[in-house]
Design a protein. Structure first.
Lengths: 387, 555
């Protein structure tokens, strides 16, 4: 297979949810011709490997707003894109195990509520009403936002994929980008495993592989790919509505539309994508202990499958959005730290604007690639890098 | 081993009894296969298919524990067994109306989106229908808590079938005491070895450092005891299993694999069928005729029928239908007939029967090799992926060996091959060069031609491609028509293979189906990455195991 053209206005690297949504906005803004390349098959990266959580509870105003906007897109998704993503707004529940964690969650609550979202602080009894069978004493309280929810990631990918194809975007799967060609200090093309392509703009939406891509373009970036594992149990009749997240260890789980309990836990994996997307005994045993400890009745439930995917982590936990000042034409849309699906609809609009050379409303101190280039340490840090 | 009825339990509130050492499925299959289960979406009557703990067909609830496989559970006196996901009962299930009013299936990808204000209602409704059993009771989960078994051993042998026993015995002869894991509930002991019966190996990750002989294997012993084995070498002798086949009504009660038929008809029990149709004309069909030929009405084969099967059949007056398409199994709640079409002449025949026994193809149990990251190859003779194995059983992972049929070794060679494998393990020999190519049986190139003819049969779109998730053939066809290619993407698009058997029964056929629909060889349709665990493993079992230091085992 070769490409339909030799030259494109924009080449987007990564056909995950961020790359595809970016194509969608670029194509609608008349930014074509557009080529999107992906090293794997559709849904092979983190967009096809996540737990489907979409939440608006964050530690900074900027992120809360992007998340709120994304929720609105997902609510309309079925009508706009023709696929049913089963976006079920049945809430996100953050659990605190001690007063310190609860105080932190209360700060999140205050911020989220100040943005007009009806977040609630719950005590242990309120939580026990939401999570049937929770072990006594497992939590001192938490926060809950009913309009957060979960969706089924695959139809979201198919929906945006089919939409961009009908807008004339060319999608090349199984194609790896080997390098970025420059002329006069700006992007002139990309070299792919299927040959060279001329372009003036490259969007790096490569998720777990975005750090590698930037470095292939000669740009030092702090993005680190970290493997995160996840499992699904056998399906059961519905017993749990919200997504439950525990602050202390990053335990998160929800019960899907199909009745499976799907969730994960944060473990200190070695960084890098080279060791693949397998599972580990450490995860299976630690996750099982965490789930059974919190919900003892789940002990008799079988684990159906386990898998893993890559988070594209940044030092401060915020995504990187905008043109790289060191290489004009190279636009970042990465560093989502496991939250690409939650934030893609809103951030992709800004990534598309940046690719078109237009200004965005994002705070550069929080989202711009420039923030890692100066000598000063980054300003804010998002610590709710879970669920 | 099977004694007088001495275990008294209740099934749906009525007293039943089982003999000592008998499974619940066997106890409920006195005269014919029972209807215990309804399919997950359309509530079609679904029967026990596999008999080895993989499919959804015999899931029941026992003492408040959901999704218990009746074929893997031996009832105790006082047990309370009920059925799941059917109201009021699997025989008369009101929700069966869903399947009747939507014969072409429900399109959950595109449907139920409008009007937007109704989505919450749709979600609540669909969610209520999802899931098999109700969640376990606290008591059921607590009753499963058992201290784990953790062992460190020079070698672990996985599987105590003919090949695994030969390997274990050869180790003992060299003064090594292997730990042997066997799924069977009552395996005979292997002198000098530590045998863990009723134990299924579920996860074998690659060693933490490349080239290092150090495996950590997770397993569980029925019902929910965690097992962890640390071993320097692992010999996998997991054998194979009988595959399913695509035809109308292919998960109707009465349709079962040869694995299930042979275990349910094992003496002294009479087989739970009287007029069975056996599908397949090879070695496996011969085994079925040998054990329960008196209850077989006809042998139907996609291709030719081997002379020894012909002889065994004619001795018993069994009808033979070589080179025939199996179009469908008739009967609402139990198989009552099959419809056949001769592949040359196109002549159609109906046969009255009470069971369809699938003995046409056996595929390797290769999931553990996938997990270790061993180099796999497409074995065209069986139409499935299996590890690339050298003549001495060595795989691409140092210390990981394959023996028996999973290594492509014919049964007549098991004993000799076991000696070679064990010598190589003891001497630390690596791969020694390619193994002789395994014999071809039930060749899927032929099945490919078979399926090509089958896909021209009108109405095949309504056949079930994936019984666990109720995916119809038309949904797979639609995925390919919409431009989604390759098993990985079609699987995610259609949900095929994402149910309780994790694709063990639908994916071997789906590969052939996609090969035809995408017009490329099955080996190019892609790889099926089978995820751990090999079979659903209770959280209680995993939770009881100690976690090694993260730095040691986290890749």
């Amino acid at each position: 297979m070769t490409f339909a053209r030799g030259s494109y206005r924009t080449v987007v690297v990564g056909a995950g949810i961020v790359g595809l949504f970016t194509d969608y906005h670029l194509a609608r803004a008349g930014g074509g011709p557009i080529l999107v390349v992906d090293r794997g098959f559709l849904s092979s990266g983190a967009s096809g490997r996540n737990g489907g959580g979409v939440r608006q509870q964050w530690e900074t105003r900027g992120t809360v707003r992007l998340a709120r906007e994304s929720v609105q897109t997902y609510r309309r998704f079925g009508l706009e894109f023709g696929f049913n993503i089963w976006f079920r707004q049945s809430g996100y529940l953050f659990l605190a195990e001690n007063e310190g964690e609860l105080a932190r969650l209360k700060n999140v609550h205050a911020l989220v509520a100040s943005e007009g979202l009806p977040s609630k602080v719950l005590d242990a009894e309120g939580i026990a009403r939401l999570v049937e069978g929770i072990a006594p004493g497992a939590t001192v309280g938490g926060t809950y936002l009913a309009s957060d929810g979960t969706l089924y990631p695959f139809p979201a990918i198919w929906g945006v994929y089919e939409a961009v194809r009908s807008l004339g975007v060319e999608v090349a799967l199984g194609v790896e980008v080997l390098g970025v060609e420059t002329r006069d200090g700006r992007v002139a093309g990309v070299l792919t495993s299927k040959g060279p392509v001329a372009t003036s703009t490259v969007v790096n939406a490569a998720g777990g592989w975005s750090g590698d891509l930037s470095r292939r373009a000669g740009l030092g970036v702090p993005n680190v790919a970290t493997r995160h594992e996840i499992l699904a149990t056998e399906s059961m009749k519905p017993f749990l509505d919200p997504m439950v997240v525990r602050v202390s260890d990053g335990l998160y789980f929800s019960q899907s539309m199909r009745g499976e309990v799907i969730g994960g836990l944060t473990l200190p994996h070695r960084p890098g994508t080279s060791r693949g997307v397998g599972s580990s005994t450490a995860f299976l045993t630690a996750m099982a202990r965490a789930l059974v400890g919190l919900l003892p009745r789940l002990g008799a439930v079988g684990v159906l499958r386990a898998w893993s995917g890559f988070y594209d982590d940044t030092p401060d936990g915020f995504p990187v959005i905008g043109e790289d000042p060191r290489l004009p034409g190279f636009v970042h849309g990465n560093g989502f730290g496991g939250h690409g699906f939650m934030l893609a609809p809103a951030t992709s609009r800004r990534i598309a604007l940046a690719a078109l050379g237009q200004p965005t409303d994002l705070d550069p101190a929080q989202f711009s690639p420039k923030r890692f280039l100066g000598p000063s340490p980054v300003a804010a840090v998002e610590r709710l890098q879970l669920g | 081993m099977v004694g007088e009825p001495d275990r008294h339990f209740s099934f749906r509130g009525r007293p039943r009894s089982a003999r000592d050492g008998e499974t619940l499925l066997s106890a409920l299959s006195r005269d014919r296969l029972p209807l215990l289960h309804r399919s997950i979406q359309y509530h079609r009557p679904q029967g026990p298919l596999c008999g080895i703990g993989h499919c959804a067909g015999c899931l029941v609830r026992v003492n408040g524990r959901p999704n218990v496989r009746a074929c893997r559970y031996e009832p105790a006196s006082g047990d309370s067994v009920t059925t799941e996901n059917a109201w009021p009962s699997p025989t008369w299930d009101v929700l069966g109306a869903i399947g009747l009013i939507t014969p072409g299936g429900v399109d959950s990808l595109h449907g139920l989106r409008r009007p937007a204000m109704a989505t919450r209602l749709y979600q609540r409704f669909v969610r209520r229908l999802a899931g098999t059993g109700a969640p376990p009771t606290d008591a059921a989960s607590r009753a499963l808590l058992t201290p784990a078994v953790e062992r460190s051993s020079e070698v672990a042998v996985l599987g105590a079938g003919e090949a695994g026993r030969a390997v274990a015995t050869a180790f003992v002869a060299r003064g090594i005491r292997p730990v042997v894991l066997e799924r069977g509930l009552h395996p005979p002991s292997v002198a000098g070895a530590e045998l863990l019966g009723a134990t299924t190996a579920v996860f074998l990750p690659p060693p933490p450092e490349a080239g290092e002989h150090r495996f950590t294997l997770l397993a569980f012993r029925e019902p929910a005891q965690g097992v962890r084995i640390d071993a320097r070498s692992v010999v996998v002798a997991t054998g194979g299993y009988d595959a399913s086949l695509l035809f109308g009504g292919n998960d109707r009660p009465g349709v079962l694999t040869a694995d299930a038929a042979l275990s349910l008809a094992a003496p002294p029990r009479p087989p739970p069928f009287h007029r069975a149709v056996v599908v397949g004309g090879g070695r496996r069909a011969a085994e079925v005729l040998e054990m329960c030929g008196n209850a077989v009405e006809a042998v139907v084969a996609p291709g030719e029928i081997r002379p020894d099967v012909v002889r065994a059949a004619s001795d018993r007056g069994i009808l033979l239908y070589p080179r025939s398409l199996l179009l469908r199994a008739g009967g609402r709640k139990h198989v009552r007939s099959v419809r056949l079409r001769a592949r040359g002449s196109g002549t159609e025949t109906s046969l009255a029967c009470d069971a369809v026994i699938l003995a046409h193809r056996r595929v390797p149990h290769a999931q553990l090799f996938f997990q270790t990251g061993a180099v796999m190859e497409w074995r065209s003779g069986v139409g499935a992926y299996a590890p690339t194995v050298s003549a001495n059983g060595a795989t691409s992972i140092p210390g990981l060996f394959a023996a028996g049929s999973v290594a492509g070794v014919p049964p007549s060679e098991f004993a000799r091959h076991a000696e070679t494998v064990v010598d190589s393990v003891v001497r630390g020999t690596g791969p020694t060069g390619p193994a002789p190519s395994p014999p071809r049986e039930g060749a899927p190139t032929e099945l490919l031609g078979y399926y090509r003819e089958l896909l021209r049969v009108p109405g095949h779109g309504r056949w079930v491609a994936c019984p666990c998730v109720d995916v119809l053939v038309s949904e797979v066809e639609r995925a390919v028509r919409s431009g989604y290619r390759g098993i990985e993407v079609v699987k995610r698009y259609s949900s095929l293979g994402s149910g309780i058997c994790q694709g063990r029964y639908c994916l071997p056929d789906a590969l052939l189906l996609l090969s035809i629909l995408e017009d490329r060889p099955p080996s190019e349709v892609g790889y099926i990455t089978q995820r751990p665990p090999v079979v659903p493993t209770p959280l209680a079992a995993l939770a009881s195991l100690s976690t090694p230091p993260a730095a040691e085992i986290l890749p």
